[in-house]
Design a protein around this ligand. Sequence first.
Ligand code: NDP
Length: 274
Amino acid sequence: MSDKYCVIGNPIGHSRSPDIHAAFAAQTGQDIVYERVLAPLDGFAETVRGLIERGYRGANVTVPFKLEAADIATRLEQRARLAGAVNTLRFENGEIVGDNTDGPGLVADIVRNAGVPLAGKRVLLLGAGGAARGVILPILQHGPAAIAIANRTRATADALVAQFAGQLAHPKQMAACGFDDIAEAFDVVINATSASLSAAMPPVPALAFCQGTLALDMMYGNKPSPFMEFAASHGATTRDGLGMLVEQAAEAFAIWRGVRPQTATLLEQMRTQQ
Ligand code: NDP
């Protein structure tokens, strides 16, 4: 019988994860089924217990359950513990193991797919919510020259910087700021705010971008976000979050199945279908 996996969220109908994992399974010859599971807003833990009872091997977790998934995990991998958020669960030997593949997915998309190494680069991260928290450690592991975290609520960015301070080789490598404090151009600007979900634009100034800046919006859709349009009009090369989505799925698949799928062809196919 096929091993069972799923993605849990609310809403969940829009999720492209089942198609991605079906493509990975076909490519690698792995015998799995992967479904969408809608959990009630007050019933995430119970939904996970039901999946375990029915023999599921693991699950991806999406909005709004990533923080709750970290709470119910009996063991957390380091990157999930630091992020305080979990997007990948595996159920093994009576344990619920929580991991976070969003950050490695983003970094793989920037470094491998976009061909932009992060070592020695100046990175500006916009936002300090669940997605931003998950990408800080993987970015730091690639040795950027500096990472600035700008958030509308400044105190949240300050708290994040304090939390990650222990992971830094050089304490001056990381700083928190408000959007008004941004006063120079960056090599890489990542929009991890949820502004694009409502077709809004985070108040990032034009001077944050220059020729050669990579501006990546974590959101994906069938047209460029206002952030991507603004960045492009100020010289940046832009990228949406589809590559991150495919790469975080590949990382989760590798955790579950011990085999890493190729992503380039699938990503190309999905882009033409967008
Ligand atoms: P959260 O709700 O946890 O965080 C939202 C963040 O956005 C906060 O920092 C908030 O600031 C900020 N924000 C919201 N609206 C605005 C605005 N109008 N102007 C400036 N800042 C704003 O969301 P997530 O971190 O979970 O998700 C963020 C984005 O990342 C979403 O677009 C999501 O779709 C995307 N994402 C994509 C993934 C992928 O695989 N491609 C994976 C995960 C997420 P404040 O603290 O002040 O409220």
